[in-house]
Design a protein around this ligand. Structure first.
Ligand SMILES: C[S@@+](CC[C@H](N)C(=O)[O-])C[C@H]1O[C@@H](n2cnc3c(N)ncnc32)[C@H](O)[C@@H]1O
Length: 231
């Protein structure tokens, strides 16, 4: 048995002893699905990266950690994307998991914004590797701090998986609001955060909560989708 497989087996026994059989089945299913999706897309986005943005910039910036594939697949399936009409933006795109999966849907364009240069080049490599499976033909990562980013006026779906908090989040919200004033349109904002944390979009009076997907097994995270009334 390889060392990796043996370590996985030992971890599984530990999970079983500490949390019982129900939790262990979900844990095994989660890990198998994560490996399957990485393999099927031919990319490497797993793992927590301690050298994320928070180390060398504002404490409001989060470090890299990818969203779970199962959660991502479920929320994208709910959107009812209008083929070749919609533009998707992932705020804090890391190694490109969200961008890559979004590009397998019929968006007109998929954009990621990422501060850490090492993560940008990993994401670009992942995009190259998965591009044969894309329905979307225009996929780009913008290497910049989100505070200096200008939101393209045709983005219709915004995705946030815990990229930053505090003033940086406020700036991102202001950017979206300004872009809507310039080009009024229907948008959706998907935010995934811990069920015990407040939803940062709750205070945006220009948005309405349209869906609140209760926490699943994975880290008790929930998705909230907000939308605006314009269109
Ligand atoms: C929790 S990870 C999410 C990664 C990806 N969206 C996913 O779900 O797989 C947050 C990402 O946001 C990036 N980030 C944090 N602050 C940022 C900022 N001010 N501008 C751009 N990216 C930022 C981090 O480097 C990290 O890659």
């Amino acid at each position: 048995m390889s060392k990796k497989l043996w370590n996985g087996f030992r971890k599984g026994i530990q999970v079983l002893l500490e949390n019982g059989p129900g939790h262990t089945v979900s844990w095994v299913r989660y890990h198998l699905y994560e490996r399957y999706r990485e393999w099927s897309l031919g990319i490497e986005t797993a793992g927590y990266q301690g050298w994320g943005a928070a180390n060398d910039s504002s404490p409001d910036n989060s470090v890299y950690e990818p969203v779970c594939y199962d959660c991502l697949d479920r929320v994208l399936a709910l959107l009812g994307i209008e083929t070749d009409k919609e533009v998707f933006l992932d705020y804090g795109s890391g190694k490109g998991r969200v961008v890559t999966v979004a590009a397998t849907h019929p968006f007109r364009e998929v954009i990621g914004v990422e501060l850490v240069p090492e993560l940008v080049s990993i994401a670009e490599n992942n995009i190259r590797r998965a591009s044969g499976k894309f329905k979307c033909k225009k996929v780009n990562i913008v290497a910049t701090d989100v505070t200096t980013f200008s939101v393209p006026d045709d983005v219709t779906v915004f995705f946030f998986f815990n990229p930053f908090t505090g003033n940086i989040m406020k700036k991102a919200q202001e950017q979206i609001y300004r872009s809507l004033n310039k080009n009024p349109r229907k948008i959706r904002i998907i935010n995934m955060n811990s069920a015990s944390d407040p939803d940062p979009f709750e205070s945006c009076g220009w948005l309405q909560k349209t869906q609140d997907i209760p926490p699943g097994w994975w880290r008790k995270m929930r998705f909230v989708i907000h939308s605006n009334s314009a269109g």
